[in-house]
Design a protein around this ligand. Structure first.
Ligand code: TYM
Length: 335
């Protein structure tokens, strides 16, 4: 079977970008015939930015409940928390020792931090942790440990998957065997990067997100706060560069998207356009929201599901793989 794997960092409340960029395509992929899916909560990654223990725990619960509310079936999909699989951290070290530092220097998140420091007249690495720098190696371990073929993600993660291929390939080359499958990113071109309220990429770090499961009245308020230009009703509107249009497209069929583009050309007023978008999103999210609220009220059940997933997955794949890799590199067998 084709192995599909993806994760979400537990550093905040899940938003529409996570849903259309990762959760929705991943759930759809998990229902295809002949696939084995691995979906997880990247709580080790969250420590890079969020150093508030209560928040990390809360976010873990919320993101787990999001996956389940969106239709993930833990009997058919491997569903787990990254930190419950210590073999992932162990593999991170093995990969660290073959990963080129020069490649990590080019990672977007690290480079952005360096650029900010330069702009502020600081040292290149001021306030940059080794965790931020090593982020792509941990992510490569997440992917390579289960030999994933496909990784559904938003466009912002594609570079990380290319790095996972690079590190996996180097390991295979150095130790003379194909221990790792080289993964491919799968990006849904309809939504590749969902914009946020201000038109930039929807992101926790920009504070421009639409949280997935806010009450309908708040969702409507947020949709009405999306930036638009100053064209009045009756004046033709531009679909290019319109965050409102891109959000609509991420939730609508092709025909409805074409009709909405026509409404833009015909000069639909922004109020009406926003109401149309709200109705569309609310229709898709409402049933999920109900399941979500029910799930977060039973954290013990979610905890049991996650632990059970990790336990089975370690036994089935992670422990045997690490035994094989320890032998490959010349370390003692732990068993
Ligand atoms: P994270 O938590 O930032 O985002 C989770 C997923 O949501 C997608 N996404 C978006 N897609 C479209 N438009 C947006 N505005 C948007 N914002 C977020 C992301 O592309 C991602 O698919 N490093 C990863 C988590 C991770 C991971 C992995 C993913 C850790 N290990 C292994 C895949 C495989 C991250 O921080 O995603």
């Amino acid at each position: 079977p084709v192995r599909v794997l993806t994760g979400i960092t537990t550093s905040g409340t899940p938003h529409l970008g996570n849903y259309v960029g990762a959760v929705r395509p991943a759930i759809a992929a998990s229902r295809a015939a002949n696939t084995e899916s691995f979906y997880f909560l990247a709580d080790l990654h969250s420590l890079i930015k969020a150093q508030d223990p209560a928040r990390t725990q809360r976010s873990t619960l919320e993101i787990a409940a999001t996956w389940l509310a969106a239709g993930l079936d833990p009997d058919k999909v491997w569903f787990y928390r990254q930190s419950d699989i210590p073999e992932i951290t162990e593999l991170t070290w093995l990969l660290t020792c073959v990963a080129g530092k020069g490649i990590l220097n080019r990672a977007h998140a690290y480079k952005a931090a360096v650029d900010r420091n330069r702009a502020d007249g600081e040292d290149d690495d001021a306030a940059v942790t080794a965790g931020l720098f090593m982020y792509p190696v941990l992510m490569a371990a997440d992917i390579l440990i289960f030999n994933a073929d496909q990784v559904p993600v938003g466009r912002d993660q594609v570079q990380h998957i290319e790095m996972a291929r690079d590190f996996g390939q180097r390991f295979n080359h150095v130790y003379g065997r194909d221990y790792f499958v080289l993964p491919e990113a799968v990006v849904d071109e309809q939504v590749a990067t969902l914009p946020g309220l201000d038109g930039r990429k929807m992101s926790k770090s920009y504070g421009n997100t639409i949280p997935l499961f806010v009450p309908p009245a708040e969702l409507r308020k947020l949709v009405f706060s999306i930036v638009t230009d100053s064209r009045a009703p009756g004046e033709p509107k531009q679909v290019e560069g319109s965050a409102l249009f891109q959000l609509y497209q991420a939730f609508a069929s092709r025909e409805d998207t074409a009709a909405f583009a026509q409404a833009y050309a015909d000069g639909i007023g922004w109020g009406e356009a926003k109401q149309t978008l709200f109705d569309l999103v609310e229709r898709e999210i409402a049933p999920l929201r109900e399941r979500y609220l029910n799930l977060v009220s039973r954290p013990g059940d979610i905890e049991d599901t996650l632990r059970d997933g990790a336990r089975r997955l370690r036994e089935r794949y992670a422990t045997p793989l690490l035994a094989q890799l320890r032998e490959a590199v010349g370390l003692r067998d732990l068993s």
